[in-house]
Design a protein around this ligand. Sequence first.
Ligand code: NDP
Length: 277
Amino acid sequence: MILLDGKRVAAEIRGELREKVALMKKKPALAVVLVGNDPASEVYVKGKIKACEEVGIISYSYRLPENSTQKEVEKLVASLVKKKAIHGILVQLPLPKGLDADKILKLIPPEKDVDGFSSANFGKIALGEDGVSACTPLGVMELMKRYGIEVKGKRAVVVGRSKIVGRPLAMLLLNRDATVTICHSKTENLKEECLRADILIAAIGKERFITADMVKEGAVVVDVGINRSENGKLYGDVDFENVKEKAAYITPVPGGVGPMTIAMLMKNTVDAAEKNE
Ligand code: NDP
C-alpha cells in the first residue's frame, strides 16, 4: 500500500508557486471573507492565510459578525468585486443560518471565483473547457497525477454528488477519460458499485462509512471526508485502518486531500492574477 501524502505534495506545490510568484511584477491578492465564529471555519481560514503568506500571495481578511444581514455581506462582497487589486474572492462556507450563500456567491464574477463554485466555471469544467475548477476536486486530481496514477480508461466511482466536491470531481475524472459512476444517498447496491471501482472516491461526510468489504483489492482510495468524532479525533469517510490492507493507494485523514485543497486555492489565485496581468 502506498500512502498518498497530500501534506508533502501540497508543500511541494506551494514551493513551486512561491517561485512563480517571486517572478510576478504584480503580486496575486486574495480576499477572504469570514462571517461568524464557526470554529472549523476559523481553522480553515487560518490555514488559507498561512498558505498565502508562504506562497507570497497578499491576503486581505474580512470578518463580519455572526448576526450580519444578507445585505451587509452582499455589500462587502460587491465592494471586493470592484477592487482591481483583488484577484480572488473567497467566502468561507458554511455561512451562518439565515444567510443565502448562493445569492452571495453569485455576486463573484467567474474571473475572481478562485473557489470555482460559479455556474460559469462549473459549466466550463462540465463541458471539458478551460475553467476554474473547485479546489478539492482539483486537489484530488493533482494528488493522483503526482503519484503517477493512471486515470484514463479506469473505472472511477465517486460517492457523493455535492456541488463543491462530488459533481465537479466526476467531471474532472471524465475529462481525463475515466469511466465514471456517481453514487449518492439514493443509490441502490452501493457496495456492489464501490466494489467495481479501480478508483474509489469518498465525499460523503459520514465517519468511516466505506468499509473494507466495499473496496476492490488493489484499488486507489481517495478520502475527501473530514468528520470530527465524539472522541474529538478526525476521521475520514473511509475506514482507513481496514481499507489500507486492500488498497494499492490510499489517502490519510488528516494529511490527504485537505492540504491539497488549500494548495489548489493558491494555484487558482495565482492563475487569476496571471490572467489579470
Ligand atoms: P454534502 O453533505 O454536500 O454531500 C454529501 C454527499 O454524500 C451527498 O451527495 C449525499 O447524497 C451523499 N451521501 C450521504 N449519505 C450517503 C449514503 N448513505 N450513501 C451514499 N451517499 C451518501 O458534503 P460535501 O460534498 O460538502 O462534503 C463531503 C465530505 O467532505 C464532508 O466530510 C466534508 O467535511 C468533506 N470536505 C472536505 C474537504 C477537504 O478539503 N478535504 C473540502 C470539502 C468537503 P445526496 O445528494 O443524495 O444527499
